[in-house]
Design a protein around this ligand. Structure first.
Ligand code: CO
Length: 441
């Protein structure tokens, strides 16, 4: 598959995945099509060497694993990758509508994560998420909803009412960022009625909702030389997609391979299904037990295991190179970015960098490096948080992109393939770790 075709598949994946719940559903569909068996956290598990299974928590986080068919009887290890399913957006409050002025109806929203506010203005927006609906007198169930068209827009103030607009605008999220839902045709209650219709129930049967604004601008590959891919939510669905494809296609009979796609990274990961939760540890300990291993066996396994934490990184901004460290910075289409920070906000250290870059080198995948400017703290990600529950050797990587947390981001058309090949090589490598002293691969 060419870089362009792969990027177009990424675009299709993003279009099918307008909320974190839809991302989890897209991942689940892909795993089902590859023959994975879904396990419920509420059931007892039977897992044997050769099995490929996945688990979903809160319908928004997914952990999949493959048990090697020749898993050593006297001790094993795990080769894992993680990414996140959520992206910054606006969540609609429980009472969704704000009146007027005149006959207008607006939506009452609040920020989910740290977006660039201005990128959400003057774009027709859709709605997607999950709703809880009554399906019988004593039964309420969850359904995915997504508008097929655009239903809201956050309008700018005209230049004539704000002559200073081009000097920069500080938006008040309670005042300036309320989406217009109706110019007068719709009355209060219309929003929930719309959700009910999307869910296929009567308005009175809509009980609760987690629904978000969606930039439905179509993702695309573009450029005179086809160098770019632009789409909503490249952070982190570009990594998510690459990791999923690598994981599904990789074969490794000698270890357990794992893919963890967590929700809620953009709001700190501190939820029951986030990277800080027990989810990964719960899954690993249950797999370990189902294989007839002891708790001590799992501790031994983790000591020789490795995690690649995948979350997008920054490409040097063409107009602002001064915002980047001059020596440790990445570019579009330059390969997988290894992120490192003295603060340990990124999990990369000399040992984990050596493991990952050695595998990339053997696979012929270019590697770049990123460090924050020393006068800028930079962002955080999920590796160091996941490591608080499941502590393993870990490296933080990502793909270089522009305009992170814009509602429409831009990345390099070749980089999805770079990460996919790197992670496939990682999953398939015969990695043996000896403490922090040495490794073979
Ligand atoms: Co991210």
């Amino acid at each position: 598959m060419t870089d362009i075709e792969l990027s177009q598949e990424l675009c299709a994946f993003i279009e099918q995945s307008p909320s974190m719940f839809h991302v989890a559903a897209s991942i689940s569909r892909r795993l089902e099509s590859a023959g994975f068996r879904r396990l419920s956290e509420q059931d007892a598990w039977a897992v044997a060497p050769g099995d490929a299974c996945y688990v979903v928590r809160n319908n928004s986080s997914v952990i999949a694993f493959k048990v090697g068919s020749e898993l050593p009887a006297d001790g094993y290890h795990l080769q894992m990758a993680a990414a996140h399913n959520d992206s910054p957006t606006f969540k609609v409050k429980h009472v969704p509508e704000l009146d007027g002025p005149q006959d207008t109806l607006r939506l009452d929203v609040e920020a989910y994560g740290g977006m660039i506010d201005s990128t959400w203005l003057d774009r027709p927006l859709g709605i997607a998420g999950r709703v809880l609906v009554r399906t019988a007198e004593n039964r309420i169930e969850s359904r995915l909803v997504a508008s097929e068209g655009d239903v809201a827009l956050i309008p700018n103030v005209a230049i004539h009412q704000n002559r200073e607009a081009n000097k920069g605008v500080a938006y008040n999220r309670q005042i300036d960022l309320c989406p217009l839902f109706s110019a007068g045709a719709l009355k209060r209650g219309a929003f929930d009625a719309m959700l009910a219709k999307l869910a296929g129930v009567r308005p009175e049967d809509l009980v609760a909702k987690d629904v978000f604004l969606v930039n439905r601008t179509a993702p695309r590959v573009w450029g005179w030389a086809d160098e770019f891919v632009s789409a909503p939510k490249l952070d982190d669905l570009q990594c998510n997609f690459a990791a999923l494809e690598a994981f599904v296609s990789a074969e490794n009979p000698a270890c357990i391979t794992v893919l963890a796609c967590f929700d809620n990274e953009e709001v700190g990961s501190g939820t029951k299904q986030g990277a800080l939760s027990t989810f990964l540890h719960d899954v690993l300990s249950r797999v370990n037990a189902a294989l007839g291993r002891t708790d001590g066996d799992l501790v031994r396994a983790l000591a020789g295991s490795f995690l690649v934490s995948c979350d997008n990184s920054h490409a040097v901004h063409p107009n602002h190179p001064e915002l980047f460290d001059a020596a440790n910075c990445g570019r579009l289409n330059g390969g997988v970015v290894v992120k490192e920070a003295a603060s340990e906000k990124y999990t990369t250290d000399a040992f984990s960098r050596a493991v990952f870059t050695a595998i990339c080198e053997r696979a012929g995948v270019p590697v770049q490096t990123f460090a924050n400017r020393s006068d800028n703290a930079g962002g955080s990600t999920l590796g160091n948080l996941s490591n608080q529950q499941v502590s393993v050797h870990s490296v933080d990587v990502g793909l270089a992109q522009l305009a992170m947390h814009s509602s429409y981001e831009t990345a390099g058309v070749a980089d999805t393939g770079h990460l996919m090949r790197a992670l496939k090589a990682f999953y398939e490598a015969d990695i043996h770790i000896d403490g922090a002293d040495a490794f073979t691969y």
